[in-house]
Design a binder for this molecule. Sequence first.
Ligand code: AMP
Length: 504
Amino acid sequence: MNQGNLFSSFEKLALDARKSTLIETSDGRRYTYQDMLDVTARFAASLIAHGVQPGDRVAAQVEKSVDAFFLYLSVLRAGAIYLPLNTAYKTAELAFFLEDAEPRVFICDPAGAEEKQALAAQHGVAACLTLSADHTGSFLEHAEGADAEFDTVARDGDEVAAIIYTSGTTGRPKGAMLTHANLLSNGQTLTRLWGFTQSDVLLHALPLFHAHGLFISSHCVLLSQSRMLFLPKYKAEEVLSLLPRATVMAGVPTFYTRLLELPGLDRESTANMRLFISGSAPLLPETAREFESRTGHRILERYGMTESVIIASNPFVGERRIGSVGRPIDGVDVRIVDEQGVLQPAGAVGEIQIRGSGVMKGYWRNPEKTQADMTSDGWFRTGDLGILSADGYLDIVGRAKDLVITGGYNVYPKEVEMVIDALPGVHESAVIGLPDRDFGEAVTAVVVPKGDSVDAAAVIGHVKASLANYKVPKQVFFVDTLPRNAMGKVMKNELRARYEKQAK
Ligand code: AMP
């Protein structure tokens, strides 16, 4: 068996747990580890029959399903590169990915398949097949007749296993190339760190087109021979009803705020759970505290990004610090530097830079961007701002590109948001910079109120009382909800675009 291919590590453990359940769906279907081995063998053979060779890209824009998860594993097994695409992408966005990644095969949902097939043909994709969440589609029909024996294709650890285009940024998306070794080391470290064992049941309610749902927790399951309860979508009521059958849940902060809206969330309904994990966006300390007082569980917050999967995590055993993302995980080094690249002492704000086994190989066909994001001494610039404490815990203060520069002064949005969020009558807030003739950028707050007890004057007065004048919002907008992407991140670009014209 070839050790370099990530799938080989999964396969070895699966062969040892053939009869154990790997996946249980919300409608009661069960798939054993043997089923996974059989299905991925057929899928991999079918991909190869469609001309896929080692190193070829296989793009998939499909609804979440067990088949879609097995498709990912079978692409690894065939030695190809998996390219998951957000189901929300429209034709124009899709055209970019097909052109940039040049996949050999594109697998899409049967709905709207004709248009996508035409697009794929235009971009020279050899085969465009369909896969539906209801277990139909031309890909399945083709794979049905294939053999359930397949020799996993040999790969070196530093060859690319997946390309994930990063979300939430402006301009041209970048494809982060993650290698087999990146994913294996991250998976093994997290399995240990979060204490996964064979008896765990992961509640899987995240999408499969992002690193969070595709790799992080599902790799822990495969590497610990445990199982998952697989939900097509996150629905708070359904998740709450399934918690008694699960032991671990990994989610974005919104998962937790929505659960908190349900009166049934209490110690009893979470008694079977051993771990709640949150990441992809900041978890408000208020949410963490409320969750703990209702359930007795302290949510474990961790920090990661597409370009290196998980970077830091609070411990399973030991202090889980609210408001912090914990310590760098084994194999990853973190440093904080200022704008000149000078190393900062504990307690000082600066850019978070990382290096180590999880950091991607580079951006797909974009050496300039790869070079721009790496320092000359080999560290990756995350673009996030953080503080390392003297005892090694990392706090995220904001994103470098989120920085508002007003009248020459730097304002870290997170700092202002925390002050606004502490105001009774405020649920949450987002601080952005809007163009301003006088200051360059004007600090602007977008606030989600609780009831109607707060107005702009109260927000401004409160910030003025706590922070330097240049950090005080010049304008305050009120909204019912903040726009968030599928991973729960506030889409500040959208807020900026929305309010640009209204800026004073
Ligand atoms: P993505 O590549 O879509 O996973 O986004 C990665 C970015 O999400 C990071 O660079 C951070 O800005 C943000 N992020 C991830 N986890 C956290 C966290 N626990 N707290 C704050 N920000 C986070």
